[in-house]
Ligand binder design. Structure first.
Ligand code: KG4
Ligand code: ZN
Length: 339
């Protein structure tokens, strides 16, 4: 078997990450989070690009040290081409080009969303079962909510997606309304632990087929708060856990219902979750119960591969490497989804 060492670089949003894979096995996966955004309640693109610029070299050096390899052993460099924030992407793309050019090794462009899906094939001490093809993957991240039919590592079909907000964005906006810290998903989920998920009912969208909508839910949440604050100025603080648990339950219900439909329509029972929101415990538990009832083979990513990381960029790069699918050196980032 061909021995490959792929360097993966991720810089699409607010995490600067570098990983090294030996074939499909992770040797290192270093992530520098950017604390600077928490005070603004969301990612500030200009600040994100500057932080990537500061972090990229230390993160790469750290990934090489942890992997205990020399940069001359690297077979190819894979990087996130998009979607994401342009200024952030440019840092990773430019670094990847310079690195590959100086070592005279191939450059591989990777789609961030496809990489979230392919994170299921990363090999490490805990990962030893993998989805078989074709499988359905629900990608739930800060910017995307999509159902994808995965025919092979290099062949994927989009079956449905959100027509407005993403699931992660809904968690983040909810947190902002409740004055909980950014990123919203983990803080809403924490508040929800002590709350009653059936205390409040919010309007669920009525969207045909496999598309999603979350903007009506966000409005319903906002109006519930606004109307109740008129009657009780302490409404949020007195109900914060129940509000968090109820909105979390509604988001999870919407996602579960669509995946059940997707499985029925396609006849596929091999189901995977991917993206930052798939770290949510309530979501993982609910999907596990449904999988048991519906006899699905369910694949939940390990927590370190749910949110943005470069190991997933390296595994996506590995599959392209095997296919000799290389990028040219005049490649530029894209900001919108490629599906
Ligand atoms: O995949 P990701 O790291 O970045 C994007 O590609 O967008 O996803 C980030 C999203 C954020 O919206 C964040 O609030 C959400 O994932 N998230 C969660 C949890 N952890 C992160 N949402 C719900 N529950 C969590 N535990
Ligand atoms: Zn992501």
């Amino acid at each position: 078997m061909l021995e490959t060492y792929i360097l993966g670089i991720e810089s699409s949003c607010d995490d600067t990450s570098a990983a090294i894979l030996h074939n499909k096995r992770v040797l290192s996966n270093v992530i520098a989070n950017q604390e600077v955004h928490s005070q603004y309640g969301g990612v500030v693109p200009e600040l994100a690009s500057r932080a990537h610029q500061r972090n990229i070299i230390p993160v790469i050096e750290n990934s090489l040290q942890l992997a205990k390899i020399n940069k001359k052993q690297i077979s190819a460099v894979s990087f996130t081409r998009g979607p994401g924030l342009l200024g952030s992407l440019l840092v990773g793309v430019s670094f990847a080009k310079a690195f590959a050019y100086s070592l005279n090794i191939p450059l591989i462009e990777v789609d961030h969303l496809k990489a979230h899906i392919l994170s299921h094939f990363i090999v490490d001490e805990k990962n030893n079962v993998y989805p078989s093809f074709p499988f359905l993957c629900l990608i739930i991240s800060g910017g995307h909510t999509q159902i994808v039919k995965v025919n092979s590592p290099l062949s994927m079909e989009l079956l449905g997606q959100t027509i407005d907000d993403a699931a992660g964005e809904t968690f983040d906006k909810t947190a902002k309304i409740l004055d909980l810290p950014y990123p919203g998903g983990p803080s809403v989920s924490k508040a929800a632990e002590k709350g009653n998920p059936f205390k409040f009912n919010f309007a669920k969208p009525k969207i045909e087929g496999l598309n999603f909508s979350f903007s009506g839910l966000k409005t319903s949440f906002l109006y519930t708060i606004r109307d109740n604050l008129k009657l009780n100025p302490n409404f949020i603080s007195e109900n914060i856990n129940d509000l968090a648990a109820s909105i979390q339950r509604t988001i999870v219900d919407i996602l579960v219902e669509k995946m059940i439909l997707a499985s029925e329509i396609t006849g596929i029972n091999e189901i995977a979750l991917a993206g930052g929101v798939s770290a949510n415990l309530k979501l993982r538990n609910t999907f596990t119960d449904i999988a048991f009832n519906k006899k699905w083979n369910l694949f939940l990513p390990q927590l370190q591969y749910t949110t943005d990381n470069a190991a997933m960029i390296a595994i996506a790069g590995y599959f392209k490497f095997l296919n000799n699918d290389f990028a040219s050196f005049d490649v530029t980032p894209y900001t919108k989804t490629s599906f």
